[in-house]
Write a new protein. Structure first.
Length: 491
């Protein structure tokens, strides 16, 4: 049996396959035995294009080890599979392989990640597959509505579960769960849509909850239809409370759990990252921004998430009291992290002479995204975003800018409008276009001014080079500008 794949399934870092080890020499006389060399590891393939159609085969597989002499015990090990990452608008593939070879000692397979914007088809199931317009944010709830209305539904057992000002970590309200019987009480979010990747972070305070020895309480569960496939649990030892996380692999009723980790009898941030993939599923647990443990190489591709529950489930008679929750947030891709300490004073700035106030409004679905900036006088500035949080339209000081992005979420064009709106542009007053290399470094900037009639004027192309040098072409003129070591520019 081969080894396991390494690196993250998203292939944000492209890692080639490792080569196999050389065979062993069992004798001091090299004429009696020959050790075979190890097979090469698979390489890296990175393809980026608007339309991609491969009818042949793509391979970053490892190589077999070389046979030894006089028998296979002296052979070299096989090379492991490499990495293939493909990005495009429309992608059609035939076969793609990152196989780890089996002769003479089996090696682990590599990884395949596909990012597409419109359609994807192929004779393979990538280890990671993401549609470009899939939003990062799934759901968040801070209970500041003073009720449970932010959630899809709830089971409160005649008021045992409620929003309470006693349960707040940040703000005025949190979720209070009164455990006075064995009935489950929870809030439920149905936003997850067969999620293969799911992150959540919430705050919990045991609040001196009484728990008998060996009692275990489910604080959070993720479900696939009616089956629990993900969980975060609480228990109490003689000295402290403890948290663990677990997942349910395919084809079994036996859970795979992390170890138990101590938390205080106070507020703690609990965060997990769950992935449901064939043979490369995983679950990582953080407590108060510190990574505790990762469960990896799990076969759980059928255990996608369709809904989640937060509260008190799996109740036992020895567990009684009141427990608090607050500031729940879930995402697909990005790490969430902790909130600032609510005990830190929030300083209030005093306007300096000549300053004036602005009021900021933020998106309800995209964290920290400003949608309006309203000054004391004059018209507000407005901002619009796509599902990935990229700013697509901004109106500042009455001037409208329309912005587009490439599949890697780097800005590709900016249009300064002389008339019209982002939804229905009119004439332009300026246009910028940007290009990047495979590492995401900007290589060129094209600037085109427009006259009052909306006609393009002489374009200016700036090309960037290593070492801080860049070239500016303005019509027929060309200037090579070198960056001086002390920061000044010279022609």
């Amino acid at each position: 049996m081969g080894g396991l794949s390494y690196g993250e399934s998203t292939l944000n870092d492209l890692i080639p396959g490792s080569g196999g080890s050389g065979g062993n020499i069992h004798s001091s006389n090299p004429l009696e035995h020959f050790a075979g060399s190890g097979g090469n590891g698979g390489g890296i393939i990175f393809v980026v294009a608007n339309q991609i159609a491969f009818t042949g085969a793509l391979s970053a597989s490892g190589a077999h080890g070389v046979a030894g002499w006089p028998n296979a015990s002296y052979a070299g090990g096989a090379g492991s599979g490499g990495a293939i990452r493909i990005e495009g608008n429309t992608i059609s593939l035939n076969t793609v392989s990152v196989t780890g070879r089996t002769n003479y000692t089996a090696a682990g397979s590599g990884r395949i990640a596909v990012y597409y914007e419109n359609t994807f088809s192929g004779n393979l199931t990538p280890g990671y597959l993401q549609k470009q317009d899939t939003a990062d944010t799934i759901f968040n709830a801070d209970f500041e509505t003073a009720n449970l209305s932010q959630w899809t539904s709830n089971v409160n057992d005649s008021g045992d579960l409620s929003a309470s000002d006693s349960a707040d970590y940040w703000g005025l309200y949190g979720l209070q769960a009164v455990l006075d019987d064995n009935n489950a009480i929870y809030v439920q979010d149905d936003t997850p849509n067969n999620e293969t990747q799911y992150r959540t972070r919430f705050y919990v305070n045991p609040n001196s909850l009484t728990m008998a020895t060996n009692d275990v309480l489910d604080l959070f569960t993720g479900r696939n239809s009616t089956t629990d496939v993900l969980r975060i649990q609480l228990q109490k030892t003689t000295t402290s409370y403890q948290i663990r996380a677990g997942l349910l692999p395919d084809g079994t009723s036996t859970w795979t759990d992390t170890s138990w980790y101590d938390i205080p009898n106070a507020w703690s941030a609990v965060e997990i990252h769950y992935q449901a993939f064939a043979n490369s599923g995983s679950l990582t647990l953080w407590l108060d921004d510190i990574q505790k443990q990762s469960l990896t190489f799990i076969d759980n591709d059928t255990r996608t998430l369709t809904d989640v529950r937060l509260g008190s489930q799996g109740m036992e008679t020895g567990t009684r009291g009141t427990i608090y929750f607050d500031d729940f947030e879930s995402r697909r891709f990005s790490y969430i992290g902790t909130l600032p300490d609510p005990g830190v004073n929030d300083p209030q700035a005093t306007n300096a002479a000549g300053w004036f106030a602005r009021t900021y409004q933020y998106s309800a679905t995209i964290p920290h995204a400003v949608t309006n900036v309203t000054p004391e006088t004059g018209s507000p500035d407005t901002y619009e975003y796509d599902a990935n949080g990229n700013m697509t339209c901004r109106v500042e000081g009455g001037v409208t800018f329309k912005q587009t992005y490439n599949p890697e979420n780097r800005i590709s064009t900016i249009q300064k409008l002389a008339s019209g709106t982002c939804a229905s542009p009119g004439n332009l007053s300026a246009h910028w276009a940007f290009a990047y290399d495979g590492d995401g470094t900007r290589t060129t900037t094209l600037y085109i001014p427009y006259n009052g009639s909306g006609q393009p004027q002489t374009a200016v192309l700036t090309a960037y080079y290593m070492g801080g040098q860049y070239e500016v072409k303005d019509g027929a003129a060309k200037n090579i500008i070198a960056k001086h070591p002390l920061g000044t520019d010279g022609l």
